[in-house]
Design a binder for this molecule. Structure first.
Ligand SMILES: *Cc1c(COP(=O)(O)O)cnc(C)c1O
Length: 370
């Protein structure tokens, strides 16, 4: 067997997988149409509803990583010619704009610098200045490329006031900070398993409000993707249990366990753990004289961007953290490349011992090079 090196995953994902999830992954297979497996899928749907904070019946896990969730939302909701307002303040906002434009959307970007949130006023202006009705407004809840925690409620209200659907990327937020799909008026939301759910990459939880379902039902054009067509996927997850594609059975076991771990700890306790340890990490970095990239009011607890001090080789420190301490963190992306480190405290990786390990390792390495 391949010998895996021991790592502590403190990057922007994947995060460390919970031991209960690792165990679930070794469960023997049953068929993907076995009544026992179908019952397990119902359980997964009920757990997803709890964690998303929704009553939406159309809640399930798509086969594929977080980007498959993004693709699912856009290919099902957006038709050629639809106007979509998209908040672009980091890599994943850019990706949403790319995906939407491939669906034939007229993308109206609302931008902010990488490290700042999207202002509701800017969204309102875009909605008012659009040449006609806007089909959807989309933002990223937790911008993993920058560390920004995007407030949702005001943008959701504006979207609805203009008759638009509200789409939210919750890939890094689900299981780390409250997403509250129903309370925030979110119509379509997608996530991934390898960030705060402590499950390996491979599934994309999604949820759609009755309004979003209606938008899918009343489409004028056929959904261009066969694999992500929800009207067919629903017949497998729903009452009909029609074969569409073979469900990734072991991953569904893993997701069930990851969600049950969250519910067993209690969602409020999970959010408190992320908030407290994230704030502790951030305070420790500031104590070391380092500068955090995002203003305090919009700082995610589960993903911290810290600026690389002048004269320090960003990649060299990251390599030494990995080689000498077994700690994985991330570098900057896009316009933040070479300028920040991205430190994750997601899911099972979000533990006090990891905060202490990382901050002492970084302090030692910086002392050597400065
Ligand atoms: C990781 C991530 C994605 C993409 O997920 P993959 O699992 O890499 O496909 C999308 N949006 C955000 C905010 C992410 O952090």
């Amino acid at each position: 067997m391949w010998q895996v090196p021991t790592r502590v995953l403190m990057g922007p994902g994947p995060s460390d997988v919970h031991p209960r999830v690792l165990k679930a992954l070794s469960t023997p297979l049953v068929g993907h149409l076995d009544p026992a497996f179908l019952a397990l899928m119902n359980e997964v749907r009920d757990l997803l509803k709890q964690v998303f904070g929704t009553k939406n019946e159309l809640t399930l896990a798509m086969s594929g990583t977080g980007s498959a969730g993004m693709e699912t939302v856009f290919v099902n909701l957006i038709e050629p010619g639809d106007r979509v307002v998209i908040g672009v303040n980091g890599l994943f906002g850019q990706r949403m704009a790319d995906v939407a434009s491939r669906c034939g959307a007229e993308v109206i970007p609302v931008t902010a610098p990488w490290g700042e949130p999207i202002a509701p006023e800017a969204v309102e202006k875009a909605l008012k200045q659009a040449d006609g009705p806007v089909k959807a407004v989309a933002v990223v809840h937790a911008e993993t490329s920058t560390g920004v925690w995007q407030p949702l409620a005001d943008i959701g209200r504006l979207a609805h006031a203009h008759g638009a659907l509200f789409i939210v990327d919750a890939v890094t937020s689900l299981g780390g900070v409250p997403v509250e799909v129903d309370k925030n008026g979110i119509d379509a939301c997608y996530s991934g398993t390898q960030k705060c759910l402590s499950v390996p990459p491979g599934l994309a939880p999604v949820t759609f409000s009755p309004r979003a379902q209606e938008a899918i039902r009343t489409r004028k054009t056929k959904i261009q993707s066969w694999y992500f067509d929800l009207s067919m996927i629903q017949q497998y997850w729903g009452e009909e249990r029609f074969y569409h594609h073979t469900a990734p059975i072991s991953m569904i076991y893993a997701l069930r366990e990851g969600l049950q771990v969250l519910v067993d700890e209690g969602l409020e306790n999970v959010y408190r753990r992320h908030l407290e340890l994230g704030r502790r990490l951030q305070a420790a970095l500031e104590d070391m004289g380092l500068v955090l990239h995002v203003a305090e009011a919009y700082r995610l607890p589960q993903l911290t961007t810290v600026r690389v001090p002048e004269g320090v080789d960003e990649a060299a420190i990251r390599r030494r953290l990995l080689e000498e301490f077994g700690i994985e963190i991330g570098g900057g992306l896009g316009e933040l490349k070479g300028k920040v480190w991205r430190v994750g405290l997601m899911g099972y990786s979000c533990q006090m011992k990891n905060v202490v390990l990382f901050t002492s390792a970084l302090r030692q390495l910086l002392a050597e090079v400065r």
